[in-house]
Design a protein around this ligand. Structure first.
Ligand SMILES: [Zn+2]
Length: 458
């Protein structure tokens, strides 16, 4: 018998951290930050409830902070095993650690704390990190292999199928990480699970909801917002997340501008992190959809177009204000809570010619959410700012499968799978999905709670 414990990502979306203990080895899957509005959520500083020194292997599904954010702390606290992920996940993770470190240092100093980890911890972490490509069975230890499938969520995102070869026959457990809202504009679709999987640990962020906007509707809405903003001669601000959302928006703008659907105006990508991540995307075009690869083979850089400016330094960012006439600014953070977008909002929100367009979920309490909710005055850096700009929200950019698609994903193995653990969701979402899986598909679906362990035949 083996043991599976949910040390994070149970009854909550963030902080993914699952431990699989067999008679031979201890495998950890993901080691993410618990996130709310602040990076430095207190519990991220807590000791791990297992001894990091005893872990042999860490598998990383993808490079979002709620899956990787505590990895350098794990290393700091004694982990010295091997970390495995796809090569692009490793590259993005390294970029995220460095960027997270500077943000954390600022927040931690403000709160009178130390940052969660040091530069040295990041260096040691990256030395332990090894690449595994998609679709190749890879040996973790004698008798144990892992196989990475494309989850279609962000670049490099994986579903891990771990196999234990025993004299009595093979046993398999799958960890889905986050599952992409396929079809998406850039990435390949989520690969299906193998038919011989016995256990699945599956995400359930949207377990109780369906996305109502199609890719076409979303794209049309975005085009309308861009065209109207240009026609008014104003500035269009788009708060963006650095991974995936930025690249999708750049790709759409590339189409609209090079296809002559909207007038070519200056576009600023005002986020050093997003610029770095976009460069990593460029190196992995073989992970894109076939038709996107063909587009690139015709010679088009899908993330570049006339009048796109990458502003890396603070000075370049500040100079954007001197550009007169219609323009578009993409800047972080995606929830308008910190990051350069705050400076732009302070300058541009007061003018009715301008527009702010939200393309992602805004957590209650964030500045983005206050603007989205229609507040007429908001506080930015202690100054009261009037909101006279147009406020637009485009839904359907979600990077997660909705309830129906989560069911479609698991349904093909409903006859053979022994247990499905629904993790990475609010209890309401996970419980609703569990009920649907039990009632309509006769799947033994379980919603684990924080720190809960299960004996599994693995
Ligand atoms: Zn994710």
């Amino acid at each position: 018998m083996s043991k599976l414990t949910f040390f994070g990502g149970a009854g909550t979306v963030t902080g993914a951290n699952f431990l699989l203990e067999t008679t031979d080895m201890r495998i950890l899957v993901d080691c993410g930050l618990v996130q709310d509005r602040r990076v430095c959520h207190g519990c991220n500083y807590d000791d791990f409830k297992y001894d990091p020194k005893t872990i042999d292997v860490l598998l990383v599904t993808h490079a979002h902070l709620d899956h990787i954010g505590r990895v350098p702390k794990l290393v700091h606290d004694g982990f010295s095993g091997v970390i495995y992920s796809t090569p692009s996940t490793r590259e993005i993770a390294q970029t995220m650690f460095h960027s997270g470190l500077s943000l954390m240092r600022r927040e931690a100093t403000f709160e009178g704390k130390e940052a969660l980890y040091t530069e040295k911890d990041v260096e040691r972490t990256m030395r332990l990190w090894k690449d595994i490509p998609y679709r190749t069975e890879f040996e973790l230890a004698p008798g144990y292999t892992v196989y990475a499938k494309d989850a279609g969520h962000i670049l490099g995102s994986s579903i891990f199928e771990i196999r234990h070869r025993r004299p009595s026959g093979s046993r398999k457990i799958a960890f889905t990480g986050d599952l992409g809202n396929s079809p998406t504009p850039l990435l390949k679709d989520t690969e299906p699970l193998s038919q011989d999987v016995h256990y699945v640990v599956m995400e359930s962020v949207y377990g109780d909801r369906n996305h109502e906007t199609t890719m076409k509707e979303r794209s049309d809405a975005f085009k309308r917002v861009v065209a109207e903003s240009i026609a008014r001669g104003g500035t269009l601000m788009i708060p963006v997340f650095s991974i995936e959302r930025t690249q999708i928006i750049l790709h759409e703008l590339n189409h609209m501008i090079e296809g002559g659907q909207v007038e070519s105006v200056p576009v600023y990508l005002d986020s050093p992190l997003a610029i770095k991540v976009t460069d990593i995307y460029r190196n992995y075009i073989h992970n894109f959809k076939k038709h996107v690869q063909e587009e690139i083979q015709t010679g088009d850089d899908i993330f570049d177009f006339p009048k796109l400016k990458l502003t890396i330094t603070r000075e370049e960012s500040k100079d954007i204000i001197y550009k007169k006439g219609p323009k578009i600014i993409l800047a972080g953070s995606g929830m308008s809570h910190g990051g350069r977008i705050m400076f732009h909002q302070k300058i541009y929100l007061g003018d009715p010619k301008n527009t702010i367009c939200f393309v992602g979920y805004q957590v209650p309490g964030t500045l983005g959410r206050q603007i989205q909710d229609g507040n007429k005055t908001v506080d930015i850096f202690g100054k009261s700012v009037k909101v006279r700009a147009h406020v637009e929200t485009i839904t359907g950019f979600s990077a997660h499968k909705d309830s129906d698609n989560l069911i479609r994903f698991i349904e093909p193995i409903s006859e053979t799978v022994e247990k499905v653990f629904l993790a990475m969701g609010e209890p309401k979402a996970s419980l609703f999905l569990a009920q649907r899986l039990r009632d309509y598909h006769e799947i033994d679906a379980i919603v684990p709670t924080q720190d809960q362990s299960f004996e599994i035949d693995f």
